[in-house]
Design a binder for this molecule. Structure first.
Ligand code: ZN
Length: 142
């Protein structure tokens, strides 16, 4: 099986069986991507500089919903500093730019092909942007 098919399978698996789905009442960011109809909520339980768990809910295309699930899985358990680094590396990958440490991105690497489809970049980054906002807000509180 080639890599592209493997990546597509991972994306479809997260779309059909999303991890960390369902809101719990933690601090929340709601973002929308009108050009595609993506509408997504991200919540995170953050304390002592560590992301205990990320949750998401909403509706949208397969790229948007699956990437919310992948993002939740990759960033749960990370400290805030590492999470910000991963988010930045992810944006760079999506733009087609080289990144320093691919291993940090874990399963999020499956979205590297999105750089060839500029119209889908918003879909692939919306959940990550919501998480970035949450991290920024949690920093202001400390
Ligand atoms: Zn979308």
């Amino acid at each position: 099986m080639d890599l592209k098919n493997l990546y597509r399978q991972v994306i479809m698996d997260h779309y059909k069986n999303p991890r960390h789905k369902g809101l719990k009442g933690y601090k929340q960011v709601h973002l929308r991507n009108p050009s595609c109809g993506d509408d997504i909520y991200v919540e995170a339980d953050i304390h002592d500089g560590v992301i205990k768990e990320v949750f998401h809910d909403g509706s949208g295309c397969s790229i948007c919903c699956s990437s919310a699930s992948v993002m939740s899985e990759v960033l749960t358990g990370k400290d805030v500093k590492t999470a910000n680094r991963i988010i930045n590396d992810y944006y760079q990958m999506i733009k087609g730019e080289p990144i320093a440490d691919e291993d940090l991105l874990e399963e999020a690497l499956v979205y590297q092909g999105v750089s060839q489809f500029p119209a889908r970049i918003k879909c692939a980054t919306i959940a990550w942007k919501a998480m970035e906002e949450l991290l920024g807000e949690s920093k202001n509180e400390q």
